[in-house]
Design a protein around this ligand. Structure first.
Ligand code: ATP
Ligand code: MG
Length: 425
């Protein structure tokens, strides 16, 4: 017998019974992006591998071990995108829409990382992100954070997420800190775990991001990058804090917040929750002022964030399952006999034209009245509209309310409009 076909491990199907959560979140995001003056950008899912090596960094987890990389038929090395920023910058440079101007983009779509699948961590997952180019900040840094704070409020999740911020300074400041950090970590070499030993000379900053509890004490006492900031970076960070304070956004400064991608500088932030186990970061971002130049464009300050839709939806399912609307056709139309079907199909079209908000789910495929009503009920419709022999003979339709304890109505053709209006309310 042949093997049962299955989806690729870590890549999920979204079934209709859960789709309303995604539609709700996606709708809120699209609306907010427009409210804040961001425009959509849609980019390819596959990019040249080199793009990610040159942006995310050769010695990051993503590029070292998580990318889906393959040779296509021309022997070009391509990769499924593991995140959205690199492609966005590539497109901005390619189309000449970054230099000497300001741009505010949003994107949404699937990303791919070959990680160990577990709750909140998948191999195909979805991100929504904002990217802004040409702004030095910190005004836009603060505004981007306000965007996310507003989103949590709209979704009813404001009490379940908290904000952490940090500044990674500029290259020279990171270099100064790097030397102090390496010296410090070398003193504690014995106590470092394998991962940290490996990173010590390649990417020591990332050691601060270690989730290994055995490393917590060493990390807590490590030299802080914030102490290495010079005037510019310090003022930028203070400016951000003042704006967040003015907007009454609570935050914690986390000097160990370093992010897993190499391109960040100055502001970095994360929204974290304690409700999703180990996968607690729902949204993460920061400045990447050197990335555009690094990828071959003219120097352009930039920042962005990405939020993981699976984790956001998981929070919604956990905390607000009843506030998320399911959009379904309000009317389930049942007919009996050929003449009724001919009439029913026209009435359904008519309602869809004149009451587009209602929606009509026309029963197709025959069956007994009982089975038709069963399906009407299961469809989630507010009311069943019935056209049988009697209704044809009297030029009426019957309405049975499925969610309310109201008596079935027999409605004359010229009164139907009134009933439909009442159903839209
Ligand atoms: P983590 O620390 O959880 O691995 P990360 O630093 O790799 O996150 P980013 O690259 O900054 O994450 O991605 C931004 C957001 O995308 C994360 O905060 C998370 O919500 C989501 N995300 C990242 N990787 C995955 C994944 N494999 N599965 C589901 N969501 C993910
Ligand atoms: Mg990761």
């Amino acid at each position: 017998m042949s093997k049962r076909l299955q989806a690729v491990r870590g890549m999920n199907d979204l079934l209709p019974e859960n789709a309303h959560y995604w539609q709700h979140v996606e709708g809120a995001l699209r609306h907010l992006a427009c409210c804040y003056g961001y425009n959509e950008i849609r980019l390819p899912i596959v990019e040249p591998t080199e793009l990610f090596c040159r942006s995310i960094g050769d010695v990051t987890d993503i590029v070292e071990k998580e990318m889906y990389t393959f040779e296509d038929r021309n022997k070009d090395s391509l990769s499924l995108r593991p995140e959205g920023t690199a492609g966005c910058v590539r497109a901005g440079i390619q189309h000449g829409i970054l230099y000497n101007q300001t741009q505010k983009f949003w994107y949404m779509g699937p990303m791919f990382r070959h990680e160990r699948p577990q709750k909140g961590r998948y191999r195909q997952f979805h991100q929504f992100g904002l990217e802004a180019f040409g702004f030095e900040g910190p005004d836009i840094d603060a505004e981007m954070i306000l965007f996310t704070a507003r989103l949590w409020h709209q979704l009813g999740l404001q009490d379940h997420l908290s904000l952490q911020i940090n500044s990674l300074g500029d290259k020279a400041e990171r270099q100064a800190h790097r030397e102090q950090l390496i010296a410090y970590l070398q003193q504690h070499h014995e106590a470092l775990d394998e991962d940290s030993k490996r990173r010590l000379n390649m990417n020591p900053l990332r050691i601060l991001d270690s989730k290994n509890p055995a490393m917590a004490k060493i990390i807590a006492d490590a030299p802080s990058l914030l102490d290495c900031l010079e005037v510019d970076s310090r003022l930028h960070f203070e400016g951000l804090r003042e704006l967040l304070d003015a907007a009454k956004i609570n935050y914690d400064i986390n000097p160990c917040l370093v992010r897993g991608l190499d391109y960040y500088s100055k502001t970095v932030f994360e929204w974290v929750t304690t409700d999703l186990g180990a996968q607690g970061t729902v949204c993460a971002g920061g400045r990447f002022d050197v990335l555009v130049e690094q990828l071959g464009g003219q120097a352009t300050p930039a920042l962005g964030f990405a939020l993981g839709l699976e984790r956001l939806v998981a929070l919604l399912e956990q905390h607000c399952p009843h506030t998320v609307p399911m959009h379904r056709a309000s009317i389930y139309l049942i007919t009996d006999g050929e003449a009724a079907m001919k009439k029913g199909i026209l009435i359904a079209e008519d309602i869809r034209t004149h009451f587009p908000k209602l929606g009509v789910n026309l029963h197709c495929g025959g069956g007994s009245f009982r089975s038709k009503f069963k399906r009407a009920d299961k469809s989630g419709a507010k009311a069943a509209m019935i056209i049988g022999e009697d209704e044809i003979a009297n030029d009426t339709v019957s309405i049975k309310f499925l969610r309310e304890d109201k008596q079935q109505l027999v409605v004359e053709a010229d009164q139907l409009q009134q009933v439909l209006i009442s159903l839209t309310e």
